[in-house]
Design a protein around this ligand. Structure first.
Ligand code: G
Ligand code: G
Ligand code: MN
Ligand code: NA
Length: 254
């Protein structure tokens, strides 16, 4: 693929950058965390978003060094914010199925935690349902090892894959992130509202944190509030912003 070579150069030229989207406690309105989202600041193309390059990165294997850079950068940034005296928040990092399945994935996570000194209790690794279910048994084993490192595990895009409820009970998953496709039409009087309501109730009773993604308006927020959903993220609160802008939000609130 033509863009593969460009991605390799981008890594060398340090053209990748992380933006951060706040996670918000829906009761207090306080920022509890931030999701790191990768962008490619290309000299030729301007700011390029993941849908335009993640698949190529996965198919070429470049997602491995790119993912390692993302994790290192996110943990380094997390330390910087703490040193700057900002209130501690968790940082979520998206992990591709390709990275997750690699034998050296765990070792990479371990060495980045050690190298940066970032508190693993504040690191959330976001794994999609489909990545986990490709091989549920192996996936469960990797999650158990990750838990020994002290990191938090979030199941991303929840509801779009097909994990059985029994897996949810067995797997050491800390957080369910309800996919934004369900939140979008939550107030439309259709099944999405019922599904979201069921997921929140189930998450709460399994003692998992539930995060609603893609909250764009007050009506959606009101609906989620009524269902005792604790956390959310979405354009209503903030779009993904630069690290400097996120630091400003941490210091001053939303
Ligand atoms: O804002 P947004 O366009 O960033 O993200 C689109 C998609 O790209 C999402 O599904 C998100 O999970 C994925 N994504 C964003 N950043 C990363 C990253 O650092 N690594 C991986 N593997 N996926 C990412
Ligand atoms: O797949 P994942 O959940 O990691 O993807 C996060 C994606 O959702 C990113 O592309 C991010 O920019 C996007 N996103 C975040 N908040 C909103 C929102 O309120 N509405 C929409 N449409 N997308 C959002
Ligand atoms: Mn995510
Ligand atoms: Na999602």
């Amino acid at each position: 693929h033509f863009i593969e070579g460009h991605l390799r150069q981008a890594l060398d030229a340090q053209e990748f950058v992380l933006h951060y989207q706040p996670l918000v406690n829906l009761q207090s309105g306080r920022i509890t965390g931030a999701e790191a989202l990768l962008r490619w600041n290309s000299a030729d193309r301007g700011l390029v978003f993941p849908p335009d390059f993640i698949t190529v990165a996965e198919d070429s294997g470049l997602i491995v060094p790119i993912g390692r850079w993302v994790l290192l950068e996110a943990c380094t940034q997390g330390r910087r914010w703490l040193h700057a005296g900002l209130p501690p928040v968790s940082i979520a990092v998206n992990i591709s199925a390709v990275e997750f399945r690699r034998r050296d994935f765990l070792e990479g996570v371990r060495s980045i935690i050690e190298g940066t000194g970032f508190d693993p209790g504040f690191l959330q690794l976001e794994i999609t349902e489909s990545a986990l279910m490709q091989d549920a048994k192996a996936g469960a084993a990797i999650l158990r090892e990750l838990k020994k490192l002290g990191v938090q595990i979030a199941l991303d895009d929840f509801g779009t894959g097909y994990s059985s409820l029994s897996y949810l009970k067995q797997f050491p998953i800390d957080i369910l992130k309800i996919d934004k496709s369900f939140v979008q039409d939550i107030d439309g009087g259709n099944d999405d509202g019922i599904i979201v309501s069921a997921v929140i109730a189930m998450g709460n009773s399994l003692k998992k944190r539930v995060v609603a993604e893609g909250i764009e308006n007050a009506a959606q927020l009101g609906f989620l509030h009524g269902l005792s959903c604790e956390e959310g993220q979405g354009y209503l609160f903030s779009r993904p912003v630069t690290s400097d802008a996120l630091a400003h939000l941490l210091a001053n609130g939303l």
